[in-house]
Design a protein around this ligand. Sequence first.
Ligand code: ZN
Length: 151
Amino acid sequence: MSDLLALYQEVILDHNKRPRNFGELATADHRAEGNNPLCGDQLTVELTLDAGRIVDVKFRGQGCAISTASASLMTEAIKGKKLDEADALFEGFHEMLTGDPSVPAEAAPGLGKLVVFAGVREFPIRVKCATLPWHTLRAALRGSGDAVTTE
Ligand code: ZN
């Protein structure tokens, strides 16, 4: 394993062990639930918006290391961001995980720490774990109130 992949794995394990922004958000005005039946990941994403900006975000639920770490890193990445900026992050993240594998993930612009999930694209089943929090985020922002499922 390269040093870089080892570092990425360390970040994922750390966020799984000590998830950031985990818990209930009392002030939430947007909320959605997500399920990934293939793996058994279940999570709730809650947000507080103000003037088109994500002022606070929390998640809770149960899932594998990848989904928990992805939710944790997502909340860090989007807090304080405008909605279109959060959407652009999701697009970039999704592209990194499902796009052309010959494009190095490090080339993904503006993803910051989210590049730690680059190795996940080698494991298609795990891609659903990593993207579940983001699909759930999108559902929460759209306010449909429907539960999201990867199936
Ligand atoms: Zn999972």
